[in-house]
Design a protein around this ligand. Structure first.
Ligand SMILES: Cc1ncc(C[n+]2csc(CCOP(=O)(O)OP(=O)(O)O)c2C)c(N)n1
Ligand SMILES: [Mg+2]
Length: 1018
């Protein structure tokens, strides 16, 4: 049967042009195969076939204008109306999952099995402990309270926790209806979440583990002290790791599974300045040498260790740069989300991998730390575990001296839907808590603030007895049989391996939500007077001999006094119990951590035809480079190798950039699919959410979008799967907003494309000061491995993008791209011959304007302002008989890099013939001064000024943007063709090549106000 394929509802558009025909008569097509591509002045979108069949005729041609209902083709669909078969990933499939199908040694398999079984146990049924009553002066009727509590106890015993929760919820609901506006509290008493009797016991040998931990503590502290003795400039931290040692050790000994050839590995975000402890363990494991430890923080010329986790500096060791506070937490949330994205898209297997994130309690002040936690619960990221080391201190002093950080965080995380596990008290408290039937102990625990808790640990047992227990006689009595030493021994949860083990165990078993562990610790644990729980702990890096001897004794390190004074490291023999135990534990968990590797296959490059369309002239059709980008991505989505690897990332601007066509075509990733019929379901660009969706529509969070970019851009190492993130943002809200994350993308060696769309100070006319970007290119130039371009024409963009794909995803270079695209529509010429190399190097001769004039000028323009240059060249040529060479500068940044390199080479080789910079080699045979301009600040073009001997004049958009028409904005910033003509004439006069009267006349002609101040002050 013949059926017409017509244009579906395309929203508000009418008379839209057909720019591509993607099928031909006789072609057999499947449902959803694209028939044509339509392009309005804002976006391009493919029209898919609504059913399968054979195309019998095409009813349209390229250039035709169509509207809803126009017939595109006739299809013979007498064959079954095939529904597109979903592409299920091949199990062990090489091309889909990127997982290696390799022979696994039986030995290794055994190890993995043991590791997995160690961590996948079914949770035990939970029993609620009986609530305890203590007298409360706010209680109007204690007897009534007691009755209610007893009823609750009875319900818990008879029908369990869930029933009790249900009843409580009902009660609160009723109270709310009655007018009580008191929300249910999200804060529980200041005690451990897991009652002692429900703790899963650690299978580890606690004695050996303690000895290992002590050695790690010693070596970590010695490393810092040694470095600072050598050179006090070097710095470092002892107190942070001292507080976190148990938190890390329990993970390393029992939970964190390394990457192997059958398992992707857990991903651990270590707290940045606890790095010395991580090195110290790697030293015991034999992964780092004494020499390396001795060279902590000395990386120039020697194989030293970097201050903090920096994959750029230690690419085989560190996986995640975390030390800029707040970035680790947010990056890890998006890492966990991206892992689920890959699983849901069928690109990797679900192996139950976990992402663990360590952060400081002070670090939670950073908006980035907590800003994305609701995403984690919304997306049900049960693969994510935060461990917040609540040592109650930050750099200057207490985190919440007058409050309790653990309680504050509990409320925030619980409110956001996380599973919260508080690990406040160590095992020594268990008995006291059981013994205290009055409820006073918990009351006292609840009422003390962090400033007091800090002071307790900065003092001694007698102080704790008096200040903590002494407040209530009954409490004092509770500890009357304990010595001060015993009281001092009452430990905090984060230093108790049993408590930490139980919390981790529960965390990994939690389903459907992320977990946060709030572990109470002591900053500078074990440092005694030199730094335990005192306000200067964070900065303490120089321990004196006395302090070192104390530290040695505190942790029973078998070093002589002399060795301690020499600050020697200590490593037991290979066959010692400690080393054997430590290695055996890691073997069982699949290998060492942290370790950075990549077994990702490179991506087969697309054929040149994909880019062909953009290399041709657009004829009379006007389009923006943003649209050209969308066209190119649409074509790339037809390439079977590239398509599945593309990760389009957009923070709520798809429609601004004309990318809404992707919604229907590849779907928006939504872990629960789409539970509703979108209001625009009939339309071609319908808002389609899908569990297998490919677009990461992030909502309004550039921080989140950038974090996704980093997760996707480092997928080659974290998932052994090369992916191609293309994160398109409003250029003003890119570098300016999330520069620190972009810096960390560089450190992480992320690969992918950042696209600053609607870029330039004058292309975005109406949006004004806070939207118009005239400096992102300069910010991009500060990142060493960021390659940036400001192309003007579609063919330039295509050549650059194609080369980027080749360099990053085929050659696997550790670089990333920043490309600015614009929203200004204009015609695009055909690519001139032989300019590909120049496009990539940063400039090429676009056109010569020759009139056999005697006077020459070199006009260099980038982005949209190149077009003003071209118009200026025409005017100069026609009206003033001035010849010019117009150069399209695709990247002042790349030109500068080349210039610096050449200059350096020449300075280092003063006796040989100097090399020419690329700029110089382009311009040295050309006559006339250089006039350079862009839609960015003058310093963008100025970057190449030192690399040419010619006179150089640069123009740009220094100053705040504002709203007006493009024409007026360019006039205001003096980068329109009239100013360029005028300034060129003036420059030529200054060079004494022409009379100054030409410029004076032009100033009058173009009504240029000489008295107008510089735009920078307006
Ligand atoms: C964005 C940022 N600001 C400031 C710092 C400097 N800094 C390093 S550690 C630190 C205090 C950290 O306190 P906390 O998070 O509680 O960690 P702790 O050392 O107590 O475990 C500060 C301010 C930083 N690394 N990053
Ligand atoms: Mg802290």
């Amino acid at each position: 049967m013949s059926t017409k394929i017509t244009v579906p509802d395309i929203g508000d558009f009418d008379n839209v042009e057909i720019i591509e025909i993607l099928t031909k008569p006789g072609s057999k097509i499947k449902k959803n195969d694209p028939i044509v591509t339509l392009e309005s002045d804002k976006s391009s979108v493919e029209v898919p076939s609504p059913f399968a069949g054979v195309i019998s005729s095409l009813e349209v041609k390229i250039g035709d204008k169509v509207s809803k209902g126009s017939v595109l083709a006739i299809i013979e669909d007498n064959k079954a109306k095939e529904v597109e078969t979903p592409k299920t990933p091949k199990k062990n499939g090489q091309e889909v999952s990127g997982l290696k199908k390799e022979e696994i040694l039986p030995e290794t398999e055994k190890i993995i099995k043991v590791a997995e079984s160690a961590t996948i146990e079914e949770p035990k049924e939970k029993i609620e402990i009986k609530s305890k009553l203590y007298s409360d002066r706010h209680d109007l009727d204690p007897v009534e309270t007691q009755e209610w509590l007893e009823s609750l106890d009875a319900v818990v015993k008879k029908d369990g926790n869930d029933r009790a929760q249900y009843l409580l919820k009902k009660l609160i609901g009723e109270a709310y209806k009655e007018g009580s506006n008191q929300p249910i509290t999200r804060i529980t008493p200041y005690i451990n979440t897991i009652p002692a009797e429900l703790e899963t016991k650690s299978p580890g040998d606690q004695n050996i583990e303690r000895r290992i931990r002590s050695l790690i503590r010693w070596n970590a502290a010695a490393m810092v002290v040694k470095a600072n003795k050598k050179n006090p400039e070097l710095g470092g931290h002892i107190g942070t790791f001292a507080s976190a040692a148990t938190l890390y050790d329990v993970g390393m000994n029992h939970f964190w599974r390394a990457k192997s050839n059958t398992f992707g590995g857990d991903l651990i975000y270590f707290q940045g300045h606890s790095a010395p402890g991580i090195y110290a363990r790697a030293f015991l494991e034999g992964r780092l040498t004494t020499k390396q430890l001795e060279n902590f923080r000395q990386e120039v010329g020697v194989e030293g260790l970097s201050s903090y986790p920096h994959p750029w500096l230690m690419p085989k060791f560190w996986q995640f740069p975390t030390v800029s506070m707040g970035l680790g937490p947010v990056l890890s949330i998006y890492q966990a989300r991206f892992t689920k994205y890959l699983i849901n898209r069928g690109l990797i297997k679900d192996e139950g991998r976990k992402i663990w994130t360590f952060l400081g309690d002070g670090e939670t002040d950073e908006p980035e730390s907590l800003g994305a936690i609701s995403l984690a619960s919304r997306e049900k990221l049960d693969n994510l575990i935060f461990v917040i080391n609540c040592n109650l201190q930050r750099l200057d002093g207490p985190v919440r001296g007058n409050g309790k950080i653990i309680q504050e965080l509990e409320g925030i995380f619980r409110g956001a839907g996380w599973n919260v596990i508080k690990v406040i008290w160590g095992s020594y408290w268990d008995q006291l808590l059981t013994k205290d039937t009055s409820g006073l102990l918990i009351k006292r625990m609840n009422e003390c603030v962090d400033g007091e808790y800090q002071a307790f640990k900065a003092n001694n047992g007698a102080y704790v007895r008096e200040k903590f227990f002494g407040k209530y006689p009954a409490l004092k009595e509770l500890v009357s049989s304990m010595t001060d030493r015993d009281v001092w021994k009452l430990n905090r949860g984060g230093h108790d391996p049993h408590k930490v083990y139980a919390a981790y165990d529960e965390a990994i078993k939690t389903k459907g939500k992320p977990t946060v562990i709030l572990a109470k610790t002591i900053k500078g644990y074990g440092m005694g007077k030199s730094g335990e729980s005192i306000n200067i702990t964070h900065q303490q890096k120089k321990l004196g001999e006395e302090d070192l001897l104390y530290y040695r004794d505190r942790f029973d390190i078998p070093l002589t006094d002399k060795q301690v004074k020499n600050i020697e490291f200590y490593k037991p023999k290979e066959n010692s119990d400690e080393i054997e135990y430590l290695k055996e534990r890691r073997m069982k968990l699949g290998g060492n951590l942290p370790e950075r590797t990549s077994y990702a296959k490179s991506i087969k490059q697309p054929s040149k035809d994909i880019f062909e369309n953009l290399l041709k002239s657009s004829g009379d059709r006007e389009m923006s480079t943003t649209m050209a980008l969308v066209r190119m991505l649409t074509s790339l989505l037809r390439d079977k190798n590239i398509a599945p690897k593309l990760v389009p990332i957009i923070p709520d601007e798809a429609r601004t950039f004309g990318m809404e066509g992707f919604f229907r075509k590849i779907g928006i990733y939504a872990h629960e699919g789409q539970k509703y019929e979108p209001e625009d379901s009939e339309q071609l660009s319908s808002y389609r959410e899908d569990k297998k969706g490919q677009v990461l529509e992030e909502g309004i969070t550039e921080t989140g979008a950038m974090s996704s970019f980093i997760a996707a851009g480092t997928s080659y190492t974290n998932h052994d799967l090369e992916m191609i993130p293309v994160y398109t943002f409003y250029s003003m809200f890119g570098f300016q907003r999330v520069m620190d994350l972009i810096w960390s993308a560089g450190d992480s060696q992320a690969r992918g494309f950042l696209i600053g769309a609607t870029s330039g100070r004058t292309t975005l006319a109406g949006e004004g000061l806070q939207h118009q970007d005239g400096h992102s290119q300069l910010l991009a130039s500060t990142i060493p491995n960021c390659i940036s371009y400001d192309p003007t024409f579609a063919y330039e963009l295509a050549i650059i993008f194609q080369d980027g794909l080749r360099r990053m995803h085929d050659q696997q270079e550790n670089i990333f791209y920043y490309l600015t695209t614009m929203n200004e529509n204009y015609k695009h010429p055909e690519m001139p011959k032989d300019c590909e190399k120049g496009i990539l190097q940063g400039m090429y001769l676009y056109k010569e304007f020759k009139n056999k004039g005697k006077i020459n000028v070199q006009l260099l323009g980038s982005g949209t302002i190149l077009r003003e240059m071209i118009s200026a060249a025409e005017i100069l040529n026609k009206e003033y008989n001035i010849d010019s060479d117009v150069w399209s500068v695709t990247s002042f940044n790349e030109l500068r890099k080349n210039g610096m390199k050449t200059e350096r080479t020449n300075l280092l080789n003063p006796s040989i013939k100097p090399e020419k910079s690329y700029v110089e080699s382009c311009l040295n045979k050309k006559d006339g001064p250089i006039i350079a301009a862009s839609d960015y600040m003058r310093s963008f073009a100025d970057q190449i000024r030192p690399y040419t001997t010619k006179s150089f004049y640069s123009f740009g958009t220094d100053g705040y943007g504002r709203s007006d028409s493009r024409k007026n904005l360019r006039k205001f910033f003096e980068v329109d063709k009239e100013h360029i003509v005028t300034y060129t004439l003036s420059a030529l006069a200054k060079e004494q090549l022409i009379s100054s009267t030409y410029a004076e006349k032009a100033i009058k002609k173009y009504k240029i106000d000489k008295n107008k101040p510089m735009p920078t002050v307006l």
